[in-house]
Each structure stands twice: as structure tokens, then as C-alpha cells.
Write a protein that binds this ligand. Structure first.
Ligand code: AGP
Length: 611
């Protein structure tokens, strides 16, 4: 996903922009650029390059080669127009007086481009963004804000914009619609950024722009307007997590660091919400009467968050006996979902900015549902549009492949299931107490699993050459296998699929041949015998089986599987929280041995804010 940074102050802008962009690299990109106001009458100094940010930084001598105290920067994840210098942002108007950086998609850019070309405006790039710069200039008659406002009335789509004008070298303009943009309030300087990590070294005072907001920044202050151009005041929020939380801290990769951080992240997620054998959610959006009126729970998410929902379905239905549906957000939007005022919709999103999930939220609200969200990024769009948000408190997650984000979401869904189950009197106090006592022990057990990671590394060293790896499991083990499979394919680029073991005989067993590598997830006790028989089934066809199971089943599993990955015994509903850790490590070590770019996998972005 693209990254935006803007600075207006009394220091050289370019080094600050480049440093800020470096903190957004984790979002995934394929080119980068900056535009700086060189001073009154000096025009805009625009520099951009395809490839890594390092290419641009070396070109600009770390920013020293560019003068000026007002600027915008961008890392581009190509949507319209291939990665190239000319398609990189900032995009400029024909006179080069207007420069724009953009995150999102201009849906009517083709007609706007045609309109402007009829007026004689020449275009140089293949991007939708260039239309914004050209359209602002088309309306520009000396008042930048007025020109921006007129252009916005003609643009359809999603956008976070940073805008510079050579005629107003002491200010920059920011606009937000359906894409996150943050304002940073500094001392003698002010900022815009796609997320807090880009500006945390300079300020902890931020405001989250809402859809339709326009902001005019100068070094003295920030003036905000709503979509009607009426001045508005923005709430300031103090960001209190540490800068180094978004640093690698000596680890080889952010992903490895974040896998190891999981026990601590779980403690942060659990401890404020569990005491005296019960779950507490502050100001829960549903009263006990409203909870009793819920007739269906709909979990909607994408990617790994969707896999949390697949586990959550088992947990919620077991503890509440309320029917639970799980849907991919990108499908939910277009399936005319059966949702009404008696439906509780749970949106799960680490970033809180996934466009498909945001659109699903709005679709569910339109149909009268209560919206509860489980989110990691504080103040993100999904969090702010929900009736209630449960924050995971995982801390900033930099690696594109989520790990602590996933595992803290998983725990929160379980806490929600216990809370609702107790309210509905479907879970006894004793059951709740026993489950929560085991939950509180989970981080320690997870540390034990992490301590055994050398074994996983060894198994990965025997597996990384495979071109296809299958994950099998039933019930909770199947849901866990979905996430294990996604982790593996998204960072190692090995083809992988997760199958419900019982489904094998309906077709996919034809894929099993001599030497096929199968990861059999067999932790769920009630179906252990079935797991064993499925392993025998694939081994009979030549498969090589790595089996994940609990310590109490290791001996029996060792008798049938080629290798066994043990996890400590725990409550059935907590098995995915423990079992996912070896699968995360397996994916990490396989990708490491294949020399992949683990933190920034090809073609992927940390948060997908486009359809
Ligand atoms: C996670 O490893 C993936 N990179 C991706 O599937 C992610 O889970 C998905 O894009 C949803 O993101 P969200 O949780 O921020 O909404």
C-alpha cells in the first residue's frame, strides 16, 4: 500500500521526508519520490525513482541535495501504470506548479483525463493520480484551497492526498477520503503521514483525518475544514508507544521479532480484560438485553483476519450457541448478506484500513446491524466507524505477514465468546473460570513453544525445496491450517493449500504422490483418531508427513508421521493460539532458506486500501 509523508517547518524538508518514508517501507511499494518547495519564486523541486527508497536517497545524498522547508514524499504500490520513474509520485501539473502524492484510486480518471486533454492539457504518466494534479491546476486561479475544493467535487474514488503549490511555498494541503491520513502537530513544524510510525520521531500529538476533511498546514499551525469547507477543530491524540516498537531491534527481520513478541502481546491483550474468572469489556456496545436479542453473528474479514474468523466460529458457537457465519469481506459486499438489526457483525482487521472490510462494515450498517470490530491500529478508519472496537494492543506490526496481530485477534475473539456466553448463561461460571485460567497461562506456554524453535528450523531445512506443501486438519485444526498455509505461501512463494482432512477423499487426494509434503495438524483431541487415519491415508500414497500435535499425543503420532511438532496441552479452544506459532516459525524458516524478502514479500502490502 502507498505511503505518504508531508512536512512544513523551519528545517530542511527532504531528509525528514526520506526518513519518514523509510518507516513506511513495510507497507510494500515499488517506487518513491519527493517534492519540495524550493522557496518563493523558486518552483518545486521534484525527484522520484523506481525501486527501493535507497535508490532515491542516494540520488539526493540523503536529502542534502534538496533545499526547502516544505515538502511531500511518497512510496508507491502500483495500481494504474507499471512501476517506473514517470509513474512514481509526486505527480505534477503541466506547469509543474502543482505536485500531488496520492494513496487510493481515482475511479473516474479516464473521463477526467479525456476532459482535460480536450482542453489541451498534456499527460505524461499512465497514472490516475496525474489527473488530480492537472485538475487542480485547471481550476487554480491563485487560491489553492478553492482549486482543490473544485477538483474534489469532480473526482470519484478513494484518496489520501498531499498537495504542494509553488505559488504558496509555505504551506501544504492534505485531503482524506477512504484512505488513512494523519496530521502531526509539532513545535514550529507540522506533518501529514499515512500512519504514525512515519512521524513518531518528531511528534506524538496526532489527529486522525475523517472522510471529507481538508487540512492546510503551515509551520505555525494546521487549519482544518470539512467537506463543505467549514472550519472544524480536530481532536488531538497523544501516541504513547515507543519509537523502537517500530524498530527491528537487532532481529534479522520484523517478522521474526514479532513472532517472538507474541507472548508479551498476548499479555497486553488479556490482562486488562480478565479478572476474578470473568471477562470485562469497558462500555460494551450491547446491553445484556441486546445480546440476548442477537440471532446471528457475522464475522467479516480478509486474509489472516478471515482465518481468525474461521477459528472464531468454532469458539463462538461452542460458547454461545448463537449461529455464526464467516465471510470474506470482498464477497460479503456483493452477496446481499442476510443481515438485520438482530445481527451482530464482527469486523476483524489488524490495520483497520482494509478497504474491503471497511466497505463490508458500511454494508452491514446499512442493513441495521450492530458493528463490533477487533483492530490493532488505534484510531484507524474501521475502529472509528464501529459501534465498538476491541483493540488487540499488539503494538505496531511492521512485517507484511501478520503474526502477533493474528494471535492477539484470536485471543480477543475467545474473550468475546466467553463474555457473550456468560451473558447468555450458556457458559457456567466454573467453565469460564477454568478456560480463563488456562488462557492466562497461554503466554507462558507460547514461550515454551518458541524455545523449541530450533526443531522447527531443522524441519524447515528439510522442506524448503518443495514446490507444493499441503496442510490438513479438521475443525479447529483445519482453521489453524488455513493460516499456516497462508503464512507459508505469502513469504516463501511456495504453493500451499489447506484442506479439511475429511475432504481429501472428495478429490484432492489425487494430488498426493510419492514425496508430497503434508503438514497434518492434529491437536484437537476429540478428532485425534480421525487425524491419525488421514495421515495413514496420505502416507499410503507416498506423502511425507509433518504432524503438529499436543504433548499427550506425541508418541502415537510419532508412530505414523515422518516428524512430529509438539505443543503443550491446553484447552481445546486455545489450541489454535498455540499451534499457530510453530506454523509461523515453519513459514519463516522456509522463506529464510529460500532467500525471500521476508518482511516485504513481492506484490503484497501491509494494508490493502484498494479493491
Ligand atoms: C496477513 O499475513 C496478510 N498479509 C493479509 O492477508 C492480511 O491479513 C489481510 O490483508 C487483512 O489485513 P487486515 O487484518 O489489516 O484487515
Amino acid at each position: 500500500m502507498c505511503g505518504i509523508v508531508g512536512y512544513v517547518g523551519q528545517e530542511a524538508a527532504c531528509p525528514i521526508l526520506l526518513e519518514g518514508l523509510s518507516r513506511l517501507e513495510y507497507r510494500g511499494y515499488d517506487s518513491a519520490g519527493v517534492a519540495v518547495c524550493a522557496g518563493a519564486g523558486e518552483g518545486l523541486s521534484v525527484h522520484k525513482a523506481k525501486g527501493r527508497l535507497q535508490v532515491l536517497s542516494e540520488l539526493l545524498q540523503g536529502g542534502a541535495a534538496v533545499q526547502g522547508e516544505v515538502g511531500i514524499g511518497h512510496t508507491r504500490w502500483a495500481t494504474h501504470g507499471a512501476p517506473s520513474d514517470v509513474n512514481s509520485h509526486p505527480q505534477v501539473s503541466q506547469s509543474r506548479r502543482i505536485a500531488v502524492v496520492h494513496n487510493g484510486i481515482i475511479e473516474n480518471y479516464v473521463e477526467l483525463r479525456a476532459f482535460l486533454m480536450e482542453k489541451g492539457v498534456p499527460f505524461v504518466s499512465e497514472t490516475d493520480t496525474e489527473v488530480v494534479a492537472q485538475l487542480i491546476e485547471y481550476f487554480y486561479a491563485g487560491d489553492l484551497l478553492a482549486a482543490v475544493d473544485q477538483a474534489l467535487h469532480r473526482i470519484r474514488g478513494t484518496y489520501a492526498l498531499g498537495i504542494l503549490c509553488a505559488d504558496c511555498p509555505d504551506q501544504l494541503v492534505a485531503v482524506r477520503k477512504d484512505n488513512p491520513l494523519i496530521l502531526g502537530w509539532g513545535e514550529g513544524c507540522n506533518f501529514i503521514a499515512s500512519d504514525v510510525t512515519a512521524i513518531l520521531r518528531h511528534t506524538r500529538e496526532v489527529s486522525y483525518m475523517n472522510d471529507g476533511d481538508i487540512a492546510v498546514l503551515s509551520w505555525e499551525g494546521i487549519q482544518c475544514y470539512n467537506h463543505l469547507m467549514q472550519p472544524i477543530a480536530k481532536e488531538r491524540v497523544h501516541v504513547d508507544w515507543e519509537v523502537d516498537a517500530a524498530e527491528k531491534g537487532g532481529y534479522p527481520h520484523f517478522m521474526f521479532k514479532e513472532i517472538l513478541e507474541q507472548p508479551q502481546a498476548l499479555r497486553r491483550c488479556i490482562s486488562p480484560r480478565v479478572r476474578d474468572g470473568a471477562v470485562y469489556f469497558e462500555d460494551f456496545c450491547l446491553s445484556p438485553e441486546e445480546i440476548r436479542a442477537v440471532q446471528k453473528i457475522y464475522i467479516v474479514a480478509c486474509g489472516s483476519s478471515y482465518h481468525v474468523g474461521m477459528v472464531g466460529k468454532y469458539q463462538l458457537e461452542k460458547l454461545t450457541r448463537v449461529p455464526v457465519e464467516v465471510a470474506l469481506a470482498s464477497e460479503f459486499r456483493y452477496m446481499e448478506p442476510i443481515v438485520d438489526e438482530h445481527t451482530l457483525v464482527l469486523i476483524i482487521s489488524q490495520s483497520g484500513e482494509t478497504l474491503d472490510s471497511m466497505a463490508a462494515l458500511r454494508e452491514a450498517r446499512k442493513r441495521g446491524a450492530k458493528i463490533l470490530s477487533i483492530v490493532n491500529v488505534v484510531g484507524s478508519s474501521i475502529a472509528r466507524e464501529s459501534d465498538q472496537v476491541l483493540y488487540t494492543w499488539a503494538g505496531p506490526e511492521i512485517a507484511v505477514a501478520t503474526t502477533k496481530g493474528y494471535s492477539t485477534q484470536l485471543v480477543l475473539v475467545l474473550l468475546l465468546a466467553v463474555y457473550l456466553g456468560r451473558t447468555l448463561d450458556r457458559v457456567s461460571e466454573e467453565e469460564s473460570r477454568a478456560l480463563l485460567e488456562e488462557l492466562v497461562r497461554l503466554p507462558d506456554k507460547m514461550e515454551a513453544v518458541l524455545a523449541g524453535r530450533d526443531h522447527i528450523q531443522y524441519l524447515a531445512s528439510q522442506s524448503f525445496h518443495h514446490s507444493s506443501i499441503f496442510f490438513l486438519g479438521r475443525n479447529l485444526d483445519y482453521a489453524m491450517g488455513l493460516e499456516g498455509s497462508l503464512k507459508l505461501k505469502e513469504i516463501s512463494y511456495i504453493h500451499s493449500e489447506a484442506y479439511a482432512s475429511g475432504e481429501l477423499k472428495h478429490g484432492t487426494i489425487s494430488l498426493i504422490e510419492e514425496g508430497t509434503l503434508v503438514v497434518a495438524v492434529g491437536t484437537y483431541g476429540p478428532l485425534f483418531e480421525k487425524a491419525m487415519s488421514n495421515i495413514i491415508e496420505v502416507k499410503a500414497r507416498g506423502a511425507n508427513v509433518l504432524a503438529l500435535t499436543t504433548e499427550s499425543h506425541v508418541d502415537r503420532m510419532a508412530a505414523v508421521a515422518s516428524a512430529v511438532i509438539p505443543i503443550p496441552d491446553t484447552h481445546d479452544l486455545l489450541l489454535p493460539s498455540l499451534g499457530i506459532v510453530p506454523l509461523q516459525l515453519f513459514a519463516y524458516y522456509v522463506a529464510l532458506m529460500r532467500g525471500c524478502d521476508i518482511d516485504k514479500p513481492r506484490n503484497l502490502a501491509k494494508s490493502v486500501t484498494v479493491e
